[in-house]
Ligand binder design. Structure first.
Ligand code: S3P
Length: 442
């Protein structure tokens, strides 16, 4: 079977330097913003994954000229509110919550009714979290699926800025409203619980009128909308969420080292590094550079010998939201009981990830206690799997696939992991890099 990955051997020692595919959040944001700029923007190292290809295809359907060459991508923006809305237009966000939710923010002034659809996983996810605030700008939504996809968006003909309280710590909700604010004359004010701040940093870089006041838990963001901005050339750095799988592969392997080059270490994304360090993994951040308001660095990791359990501080949840599955695997090999709390948002992802994390650990023989918002993991440093484990029907959640692969390579057992192509969503080179590390290991 072509789409099945079989692993029945643990990885041996390795010492390698790798590079990782481009950051997904930045790739999607660059494309959406470039489509609203005036003129030709160019990005190097844009992530070539399905989520990003779907972004470019949606833009093309909205009348935006896009050229995606081997080494760079060009987008010809025509300014704010310049999409051409054809009658009966249907846009496909595929598997991507980020694309679906952020794009809606840019469609609120459409005179035509635009349909937004997604794949099986995305169609199960909540969109009312963005349609509720977007309606207040003057947009109209209709759905036959209780606020989920497929849904239709169009303008009511009125348009006004809003005040919005974002209290989930969701960067997708915050950014969707920021994109709507960009196209709406007047001042939009957002009080947002801390979450990844790529959109804010890009707005600042583009000199879009934005001010941000930081308090301990919230940021007060003010955007003066309706002002055109110039083009944006960008080289996308590596994705820390993708790197996390290799950080853990190294930490859980014997006598191994890895250097991961050129990764975005934005402070609002490095929760995974803080958590893994607390658990006893040696991680060094080297060669930190500033790039267009973002931080980029190399990440060095060594095998860990004494992994400690963690009572994970909930204030790190948002900054590690995409890394919990792989963090759970570390907890399974740690000494003691780990506790992860206030994590109901994890069940809102490509699959219900809190449940899937617990389920996979149980299959591996690890005891867990699961609630709707928390997970206790009874770690075992001597964990060795002897049996067959089959991972399938997981809504093709790319991170379930990658976590299972790392578990198979570090904990033993005979694994059959279905739907290999799920990695194409975020990290198409994942298996190629794994194969290369395995080939050079000894
Ligand atoms: C993302 C935000 C996060 C994250 C997702 C990417 C983004 O979602 O899980 O993979 O690029 O803004 P939420 O904002 O819904 O937590």
């Amino acid at each position: 079977m072509k789409n099945l990955l079989k692993i029945d051997k643990k990885i041996e020692s390795f010492n390698q330097e790798i590079t990782i595919d481009g950051d997904k959040s930045l790739s999607i944001r660059w494309a959406l913003l470039a489509s609203q700029a005036k003129g030709k923007s160019r990005a190097y190292k844009l992530l070539k994954s399905e989520d990003v290809i779907n972004t470019l295809n949606c833009l093309k359907k909205l009348g935006v000229k896009v050229n995606f060459y081997n080494s760079y991508c060009e987008i010809y923006g025509k300014g704010l509110n310049s999409y051409s809305y054809k009658k009966g237009l249907s846009l496909n966000a595929g598997n991507s919550g980020t694309l679906g939710r952020l794009l809606l923010g840019l469609l609120i002034h459409s005179k035509e009714k635009i349909k937004l659809v997604g794949d099986n996983s995305l169609s199960k996810r909540d969109f009312s979290r963005v349609t509720v605030p977007l309606k207040r700008f003057g947009a109209k939504f209709s759905s036959v699926n209780q606020g989920k996809l497929p849904l239709f968006v169009s303008s009511t003909g009125t348009s006004r800025p809003i005040y919005y309280l974002e209290n989930k710590g969701s960067a997708q909700c915050k950014s969707s409203v920021m994109f709507a604010a960009l196209n709406t004359t007047g001042e939009t004010v957002i009080k947002a619980k801390k979450s990844r701040d790529h959109t804010e940093l890009l707005f600042k870089h583009l000199k879009i009128p934005i001010s941000i006041k930081k308090t301990k838990k919230f940021d007060i963001i003010k955007i003066n909308g309706g002002k055109n901005f110039s083009t944006i050339n960008y080289t996308i750095p590596g994705d820390i969420s993708s790197s996390a799988f290799f950080i853990v592969l190294t930490a859980l392997s014997k006598n191994s080292k890895i250097l991961i080059k050129n990764i975005n270490v934005n402070p609002s994304r490095v929760g995974v590094i803080k958590i893994l360090k607390k658990m006893g993994i040696k991680i060094l951040i080297k060669n930190i550079k500033n790039y267009k308001n973002e931080k980029i660095a190399d990440i060095y990791v060594e095998s860990a010998n004494n992994l400690k359990a963690i009572n994970c501080p909930a204030n790190l949840n948002s900054s590690a939201i995409d890394e919990f599955l792989i963090i759970f695997l570390v907890a399974a090999k740690a000494n003691g009981i780990s506790y992860f709390k206030n994590l109901s948002e994890l069940n809102q992802k490509e699959s219900p990830r809190l449940r899937w994390g617990s389920k996979i650990l149980n299959m591996m023989g690890v005891k867990t206690i699961l609630t709707n918002h928390s997970l206790k993991i009874y770690g075992n440093p001597k964990l060795e799997i002897k049996k067959e484990i089959i991972i399938k029907e997981y809504l093709k959640d790319h991170r379930v696939f990658m976590m299972s692969t790392i578990a198979a390579l570090t904990c033993g057992g005979q694994w059959k992991i279905y739907d290999k192509d799920s990695i194409n969503t975020s990290f198409p080179s994942f298996l190629k890099i794994i194969k290369e590390i395995v080939r050079k290991s000894s």
